[in-house]
Design a protein around this ligand. Structure first.
Ligand SMILES: Cc1cc2nc3c(=O)[nH]c(=O)nc-3n(C[C@H](O)[C@H](O)[C@H](O)COP(=O)(O)OP(=O)(O)OC[C@H]3O[C@@H](n4cnc5c(N)ncnc54)[C@H](O)[C@@H]3O)c2cc1C
Length: 402
């Protein structure tokens, strides 16, 4: 891969930074201070803040940078999208509200959707008018997703959906979901062959969301119950019974993210500050040789993540999907995210017991929240064990485990 930028890419990078210089001036004080004094990350207030930021990005043409112009995107290159992601992460700019729609649902519709689906859904994903969630996992189908039991039965122009989904992130806020359901019930075919991919209106009659509260105290997830929900046939993505293959593409988009390494690097910068502030026997921890070694190792691992991300990007620039190698980057990045949070607890010593609201909590307990939420890193987008299986089988060519 050629790491130097073309003159056009340099000009785009400058445009992004000029825009950020101008617009980051108006971010609220609590965001700039980054001291944990702002609203809870999953609160309505934080969500509102993210939506407003998303609108600004959209108006400036920075949402869907690599999406085709005809569907409201900027029509720029994937490289420009990556430059944008990296500059945003380096400057610690807010992420905006369109995450799942812009990151996964939209690219899946672009790759496999009908013309009607593209025209109907893509502009509203970009503008942030419609928020998306993912309804794949079920109580008995997480890692073994092909075991999913939600049924879609044909009835005239519709499918009637019955079943239960779980761990639906942002389900309660979402307008639409990408949904997998079984459309072939023949027990003799391989399970993955009978699955179809749908776009589900989360406000349709028969859709009920029950919040699930996680250990951070927030209810980011929901259980989604589907009782006789009607989905028109034009909301099926790709061919009937071919949904498994489309979902594999969605999961690859989910697992490939070259800018996550930049996020890790900025967490390492925060850890260095923490090591300078926290003292043991009157000395800052940044003088402790073991602490210094650890920080250096994290820095190396974050850079390894960055280059693996760039490798997946090279595949995409050649018109290929990110590929099973994206599981290597995703695995390392998710595990590194946990190591960094564990280390923040180590650096705080006994202060690590103090949560948000406690008088002497470091950074108002925001490390404690990110430590707890990082537990999910090695579960979401496939557990570490599943990613290791994928790497073993598809990248190293080892025999299937079962
Ligand atoms: C933060 C977060 C956000 C999420 N958001 C969404 C979402 O928006 N939409 C959605 O559909 N889902 C979502 N999920 C669900 C996620 O995809 C599943 O939790 C994940 O696939 C694991 O499934 P499971 O929880 O059923 O665990 P299980 O599959 O039951 O696994 C339990 C344990 O067994 C291990 N295991 C299972 N099979 C194997 C195997 N073959 N080899 C080795 N070990 C194995 C696993 O690694 C794990 O340790 C989210 C999860 C988290 C944590």
């Amino acid at each position: 891969m050629d790491f130097s930028l073309t003159p056009e890419e340099e000009a785009f990078k400058k445009e992004v930074n000029d825009w950020l210089d101008e617009n980051m001036k108006y971010l609220p004080d609590w965001y700039v201070r980054n001291d944990g004094s702002g609203p809870e990350p999953e609160s309505d207030e934080y969500n509102q803040f993210n939506q407003e930021w998303h609108k600004k990005l959209y108006k400036a043409g920075f949402v869907g940078i690599a999406w085709p112009k005809e569907y409201g995107g900027r029509g720029a290159t994937l490289m420009e999208q990556v430059i944008f992601n990296e500059e945003m992460a380096k400057r610690r700019a807010p992420s905006g509200a369109g995450g799942l729609g812009v990151g996964w649902a939209g690219p899946t519709i672009i790759a496999a959707g009908t013309e009607w689906q593209k025209k109907r859904f893509l502009p509203k994903i970009l503008s942030g008018e419609e928020i998306w969630c993912q309804a794949f996992s079920e109580p008995e189908a997480g890692s073994d997703l092909k075991n999913l039991q939600t049924k879609a039965v044909e009835d005239g122009d519709d499918y009637i959906i019955n079943g239960q989904k779980v761990w639906t992130t942002q389900g309660a806020r979402a307008d639409w979901a990408i949904l997998l359901a079984r459309t072939d019930f023949n027990p003799d075919i391989p399970k993955h062959r009978g699955i179809s991919y749908f776009l589900l209106d989360m406000h349709a009659p028969g859709v009920t969301i029950r919040p699930l509260r996680e250990m951070t105290g927030e209810a980011l997830f929901g259980e989604t119950f589907l009782d006789d929900v009607r989905i028109n046939k034009r909301l099926m993505v790709g061919e009937k019974n071919r949904g498994w293959y489309i979902s594999m593409g969605t999961l690859e988009f989910e697992r490939s993210n070259s800018s996550s390494a930049i996020g890790q690097l900025s967490t390492i910068t925060e850890l260095i500050k923490l090591a300078q502030e926290m003292k043991r026997n009157g000395e800052p921890l940044s003088r402790d040789p073991i602490v210094r070694q650890k920080l250096a190792q994290f820095y190396i691992a974050a850079n390894v993540c960055k280059y693996i991300g760039l490798r997946a990007l090279t595949r995409q620039l050649r018109g290929l999907t990110p590929g099973p190698e994206s599981s290597v980057g995703s695995l390392l990045s998710m595990e590194l995210g946990q190591w960094l949070q564990d280390f923040a607890m180590y650096l705080q010593g006994p202060y690590n017991q103090l949560m948000r609201g406690s008088k002497n909590a470091v950074k108002n307990g925001s490390w404690q929240r990110s430590f707890l939420s990082s537990r999910g890193n090695t579960i979401m987008t496939g557990t570490s064990e599943i990613k290791r299986n994928i790497i073993a089988e598809r990248t190293l060519g080892l025999p299937r485990w079962v």
